[in-house]
Write a protein that binds this ligand. Structure first.
Ligand SMILES: Nc1ncnc2c1ncn2[C@@H]1O[C@H](COP(=O)(O)OP(=O)(O)OP(=O)(O)O)[C@@H](O)[C@H]1O
Ligand SMILES: [Mg+2]
Length: 284
């Protein structure tokens, strides 16, 4: 066995500098392809899967676009086809000019990159391992012709695993929106996301609760399908703002399935979350 003194010392700063030079941390407009410039990068995260994080990303992107902002989406939730599908891009493929990735565009012009737009069939699983996923996300950042964007929203993979860590370490994420649903363990699950954000020194803009309630189609009553919401207590415990509560809306579920979320979205949905994103950008 080698003597411990023979082991070369790990120069963490040098490794980090090399990594950052490759992927462009240190300024949101550095390391991007062509003349691309991205003013603000917002990650949409959740402590666990299945809470509708991709849906929230799609809603926020659509509302920011309606507010006159130039917004793009990087789909880092590699395993699910949600983002391309809700914008009617299912079955499309990303194109390339030989050097760069050309993003797909939604009906209202939002540029989107997603590993699901690299598959031959939408139903093929993405079976890549961690390093390949990380490499793909770095390419999505640095080799895509994004153009000039006010906001890039990143739909993060659920949880606090490998891929989420890579995104936080390698992309200049300015702020996070945490998505939860009103189920048991929400406090703990949100806590995981909050702690990860703190470890990575990324500010949390606030908490969005999805599937908070449904409106009865017959009597108009608000029904708390998953039980009473604990979002206020959870937000208080972690000192977060509640940015909105979204109802379960079957018409929107249908619009997501059929790919026309941009047409179907009511104007006021997640207005506070959009205002918070706009305000956080103004304060920097
Ligand atoms: N509040 C809602 N009202 C109606 N439909 C919703 C709502 N939230 C989610 N959905 C539907 O559920 C589908 C799945 O949601 P989504 O893809 O966002 O979840 P997810 O990707 O499983 O979440 P996560 O990324 O946290 O695992 C969406 O395409 C949408 O059709
Ligand atoms: Mg998702």
């Amino acid at each position: 066995m080698a003597d411990i003194q023979d082991t070369p010392e790990v120069d963490a700063d040098a490794i980090r500098a090399e990594f950052e030079a490759a992927v462009g941390r240190g300024g949101s407009d550095s390391g991007l392809a062509g003349n691309s410039k991205i003013a603000h990068v917002i990650g949409v995260v959740s402590g666990k899967g299945g809470v509708g994080k991709s849906f929230v990303t799609g809603v926020l992107a659509t509302q920011l676009e309606r507010a006159g902002k130039r917004v793009g989406i990087m789909d880092a939730d590699i395993t699910g086809p949600s983002i391309p599908r809700m914008f009617g891009l299912a079955g499309q493929q990303l194109r390339s000019d030989g050097t760069h990735i050309i993003p797909a565009r939604t009906a209202s012009g939002i540029p989107i990159v997603s590993a699901n737009l690299m598959l031959e069939n939408e139903s093929d699983p993405v079976v890549w391992r961690g390093p390949m996923l990380a490499g793909t996300l770095e390419q999505f950042w640095g080799e895509t012709l994004w153009g000039e964007l006010d906001y890039l929203l990143i739909d993060m993979p659920p949880g606090t695993g490998d891929v989420a860590l890579t995104v936080f370490q390698s992309l200049p994420v300015d702020g996070l929106v945490i998505v939860s649903s009103p189920q048991d363990l929400v406090q703990m699950v949100v806590g995981k996301a909050v702690k990860m954000a703190a470890m990575m020194e990324i500010p949390v803009l606030g908490l969005v609760e999805n599937m908070s309630y449904a409106i009865c189609g017959h009597c108009g009553e608000k029904v708390e399908v998953f039980g009473k919401s604990h979002v206020a207590e959870t937000a208080a415990e972690y000192n977060l703002d509640v940015l909105g509560k979204m109802p379960i809306d079957p018409a929107l579920a249908d619009a997501c399935d059929k790919g026309y979320i941009e047409d179907a979205l009511p104007d006021d949905l997640l207005g506070d979350a959009v205002a918070s994103i706009l305000a956080s950008a103004g304060s920097r």
